[in-house]
Design a protein around this ligand. Structure first.
Ligand SMILES: O=C(O)CCC(=O)C(=O)O
Length: 277
């Protein structure tokens, strides 16, 4: 029996490769998370800035709380089953009136996992719409599995390599309009992207990238995960990432450093260039 999602929503996820919108919290609660994020950016800029937004859930308790939010985990459980862990997180922030965009891509392309069955919730902490540069998805594109990507390293492209799937039929795109406190969930092989933020406000999304079942194994780099629910992984030699007990908890910070270095090694494996994020 699913905990949150209806049978129709679960079928929709398998059919289209995503579900949106899903209510996680009130706009007011999301506003409180946004305030905490902006306080962290102001007070600890060395730990959270434009080129250091990966795995911040290992540094800041409020982001750990989001990664373990019961509604988010219940939705993940409805789609993946009872046992899963979290690989990494990325804060996707587009400043007001900025050129940053995300080219059409499939998340799993450079993650080097043994199975592409995993998924990512993306939680809006500010309005995400056509003006602010919301995510757009090509329904059903996950069914073709991984297609060719061209690494562009485009200056305004927010993705590590600026990787891009060419010849996407954009007329098929569905735009995921989210209010603060809502989330979308997408499959690791669905083709998606987003446009620049044309508005006067920041667009802030927190992507939990990705929750994975225990039989998904890292093939490049080290196996590193944070246990979330159900049975613990028994992947040989894997490192279990520790949750922060408070902001800047040194144990979790050490794990963040290792996890982010590993993450960069994996995502840039074989790339012609390496950027600072
Ligand atoms: O935040 C965005 O605009 C894109 C995020 C994305 O590509 C992802 O979460 O996989």
């Amino acid at each position: 029996m699913p905990k949150i999602l209806s049978k129709e929503k679960i079928e929709q996820y398998h059919e289209t490769g995503f579900i949106s919108p899903i209510d996680v919290m009130s706009e007011e609660e999301a506003g409180n998370y946004k305030k905490k994020l902006e306080a962290a950016e102001r007070d600890h800029p060395e730990h959270i800035h434009a080129e250091n937004r990966n795995n911040a859930h290992l540094s800041f308790k409020f982001l750990d709380d989001l990664a373990f939010h019961p509604i988010i985990l219940d939705v993940v459980e409805d789609l993946l089953g009872p046992s899963f862990s979290l690989w990494a997180s990325v804060l996707f922030i587009k400043e007001a009136k900025s050129k940053g965009f995300v080219s059409w891509h499939q998340d799993a392309t450079y993650m080097g996992m043994s199975k592409n069955t995993f998924l990512s919730p993306w939680i809006a902490l500010s309005p995400s719409n056509l003006d602010t540069g919301c995510m757009s998805m090509i329904p059903g594109s996950h069914k073709q599995h991984i297609v060719d990507h061209e690494d562009t390293f485009g200056a305004d492209n927010i993705l590590t390599r600026g990787q891009r799937v060419n010849d996407v039929d954009e007329s098929k795109a569905e735009h995921l309009i989210l209010k603060p406190g809502q989330m979308s969930v997408h499959h690791c092989e669905v083709i998606h992207g987003s446009q620049p933020n044309l508005s006067d406000t920041r667009r802030i999304g927190f992507a939990l990238q990705s929750y994975m079942q225990n039989d998904v194994i890292q093939q490049i780099g080290q196996n590193q995960w944070m246990h979330c629910r159900g049975e613990r992984r028994n992947t040989p030699d894997h490192r279990e990432l520790r949750r922060p007990k408070f902001d800047l908890d040194p144990d979790a910070m050490a794990d963040r450093e290792a996890a982010s270095a590993n993450y960069a090694d994996i995502l840039y494996n074989g790339a012609a260039q390496k950027r600072a994020y």
